[in-house]
Design a protein around this ligand. Structure first.
Ligand code: CMP
Length: 137
């Protein structure tokens, strides 16, 4: 089943020079393609939309500060079961719990700075793609 998903390479990934490494892992999956890609610094307004479900949580304000601390790479990735697939490549939210071989397991240590975001469902993907790439349908 071909799907599309919204992927963000967070400011820690960009600052640490891990963009090529992470995109390489995505590109090497058979049949997946990157159909939109942008480097940009996110402002509070877009982060409030993206993280609407987390407003009011104790980690929300530090998360917004971190996510606006430098440029991120935003991408739309398309292909077979790509929603589940990119989340499998990323590993679980807590990088210490993430297995080695996953992006977070290989490169992360703290939960906030966990390198990559990937949509968790088809509904989230469509919602998030509209936020980051309003020009594509
Ligand atoms: P992600 O799953 O992409 O989207 C929500 C983000 O909030 C998550 O990645 C982490 O960056 C951050 N996050 C989630 N839970 C915590 C937590 N307990 N402490 C700090 N940051 C968190």
């Amino acid at each position: 089943m071909s799907q599309r998903t919204l992927v963000l390479l967070k400011p820690d990934a960009v600052k640490r020079g891990l963009v090529g490494e992470i995109i390489g892992r995505i590109e090497r999956k058979a049949g997946w393609t990157i159909s939109a890609l942008e480097l940009r610094t996110l402002d509070r307004a877009i982060l409030e939309q993206h993280y609407a479900e987390h407003v009011g949580r104790d980690f929300y304000e530090p998360l917004v500060a971190f996510m606006s601390s430098g440029p991120v790479v935003s991408m739309v990735v398309e292909g077979e079961r790509v929603i589940e697939g990119v989340r499998a490549l990323a590993g679980p939210t807590d990088p210490i719990a993430a297995p080695s071989g996953s992006i977070r397991g290989d490169f992360g240590t703290i939960t906030r700075e966990n390198l990559i975001h990937a949509s968790d469902s088809e509904e989230s993907a469509e919602r998030e793609i509209k936020i980051f790439f309003p020009g594509i349908s």
